[in-house]
Design a protein around this ligand. Structure first.
Ligand SMILES: Cc1cc2nc3c(=O)[nH]c(=O)nc-3n(C[C@H](O)[C@H](O)[C@H](O)COP(=O)(O)OP(=O)(O)OC[C@H]3O[C@@H](n4cnc5c(N)ncnc54)[C@H](O)[C@@H]3O)c2cc1C
Length: 311
C-alpha cells in the first residue's frame, strides 16, 4: 500500500516541486546520492574504491523528451568515463557506469529505439577506451522487450554490455536462462517500479522466490551474475548457491545502492567477495529518491524526521 502511494508520489509534478525546493531535502538526498556534479561522483568513487569496493556510476535523469537532451545525457557519461580513466579508477573495471535507456532516448516519441542505440553505442565506445563496462538499467515493465533488443543488437559490437533483470516480473526466469551465456553480465534485482499483476508478482514472498529461481539460472549458466540486493536472506542464499555451483569469488559479484547497508557492503568485501556500490549523482534525483522511500518505511521515517527536525 505504502509502496503504491510512494510510486504515485514519484509521478506527481506538484509534490515534486514542493519536495525539491524544500531546503531540508538536501540532507536526505546526500545520504543516497553522491552529489550534483562529476567532481562529487569522482570523490565518492575514490572513497569507495579505497575501501575495497567497486563502483557503478549512474547519472541521474530519466524519461528524456527530446533528442538533444538524450545526446547530452550520453555526453555526460562520455566525459565522466574520461575523467574516471584519467584518475585510474577504471582499471580492471573497478568503476563502471549504469545507464537508464529512457535517459538516452528510448522514450522519445519518434525513433526512440534508434536514438537510444546510437547513444548507448557512443557510451560503450568511451567505456571501452577507458577499459571498463556499461550496464543498462531496467525501467518500466513495458520497456523490457525494447531494452533486451537494444542489448542483443549492441552486444554484437560490445559483448561486455550488461543489463538488469527484475525478479518481480513473471517473465524474468526465462530471460535469465536466455541471458546466462558466456561473458554475459546480468544484474539481478527485485524491481523498483509498479506493474500489474498479470506481468508481475505482487507478494514479496513471490518476488523473493522469483529472485532465487533467477539466481540459480544465472549461476548454472556461463555468464557473470551481479546480485543486486540488500536482503540478508537472499545474500545468504546467493553465497550458498555460488558454492554449490562451484563458482569462484571472481566469477560473480554482489551489488548494493550507495547509502544502503554500507557496513554489510564492507563486511562482504572483507570476505574476499566482489562488491559493487551503485552510486547516483546529478541534480535530477527526485524519481530515484522516491523509489528508495517506497521500498522501505524506515527510509520514509528518516525523511519525515529530517523535515520535522528543521522546523
Ligand atoms: C545495484 C542495484 C541496481 C539496481 N538497478 C535497478 C534497475 O535497473 N531497475 C529496477 O527496477 N530496480 C533496480 N534496483 C532496485 C531494486 O529493484 C530494489 O528496488 C531495491 O534494491 C530494494 O530491494 P532489495 O533487494 O534490497 O530488497 P527489499 O525487499 O527492499 O529489502 C529486503 C531487506 O533488505 C534489508 N534492507 C533493505 N533496505 C535497507 C536499508 N535501507 N537499511 C537496512 N537494511 C535494508 C532489510 O533487511 C530488508 O528487509 C537496483 C538495486 C541495486 C542494489
Amino acid at each position: 500500500m505504502l509502496r503504491r502511494v510512494m510510486l504515485a508520489v514519484s509521478a506527481s509534478d506538484r509534490i515534486q516541486e514542493i519536495v525539491t525546493t524544500a531546503p531540508v531535502a538536501r540532507d536526505v538526498v546526500t545520504r543516497f546520492v553522491a552529489g550534483a556534479t562529476q567532481d562529487d561522483a569522482l570523490r565518492v568513487t575514490d572513497q569507495l574504491l579505497g575501501r575495497g569496493l567497486l563502483v557503478s556510476l549512474d547519472h541521474l535523469g530519466e524519461h528524456t523528451t527530446d533528442p538533444e537532451q538524450a545526446a547530452a545525457a550520453a555526453d555526460e557519461y562520455i566525459g565522466l568515463l574520461a575523467r574516471l580513466a584519467a584518475a585510474g579508477h577504471t582499471r580492471r573495471g573497478a568503476a563502471e557506469v549504469s545507464v537508464k535507456p529512457t535517459a538516452v532516448g528510448l522514450g522519445l516519441s519518434e525513433h526512440g529505439e534508434k536514438t537510444a542505440r546510437e547513444n548507448i553505442a557512443r557510451i560503450c565506445m568511451a567505456a571501452r577506451s577507458a577499459g571498463t563496462t556499461v550496464t543498462l538499467d531496467m525501467e518500466e515493465h513495458d520497456r523490457v522487450d525494447a531494452v533486451l533488443r537494444l542489448l542483443g543488437d549492441l552486444r554484437a559490437d560490445f559483448p561486455d554490455l550488461g543489463c538488469v533483470i527484475q525478479s518481480y516480473l513473471r517473465r524474468s526466469e526465462a530471460d535469465c536462462v536466455a541471458l546466462a551465456t558466456a561473458g554475459s553480465r546480468v544484474r539481478l534485482c527485485k524491481g523498483a517500479y509498479g506493474a500489474p499483476e498479470d506481468v508481475a508478482f505482487t507478494a514479496k514472498r513471490e518476488v523473493d522466490l522469483g529472485y532465487v529461481r533467477c539466481l540459480r539460472s544465472l549461476f548454472d549458466g556461463r555468464g557473470y551474475p551481479m546480485l543486486a540486493t540488500h536482503d540478508p536472506r537472499l545474500i545468504e542464499i546467493a553465497s550458498a548457491q555460488a558454492i554449490l555451483a562451484g563458482r569462484g569469488v571472481d566469477t560473480f559479484e554482489y551489488q548494493m545502492l550507495y547509502g544502503i547497508r554500507p557496513a554489510e557492503q564492507r563486511r562482504l568485501a572483507a570476505t574476499g567477495a566482489r562488491v559493487r556500490v551503485y552510486v547516483p549523482y546529478g541534480s535530477d534525483w527526485y524519481g530515484y529518491l522516491t523509489r528508495r522511500l517506497a521500498e522501505r518505511p524506515a527510509n520514509l521515517a528518516f525523511f519525515l524526521r529530517s523535515l520535522a527536525s528543521r522546523r
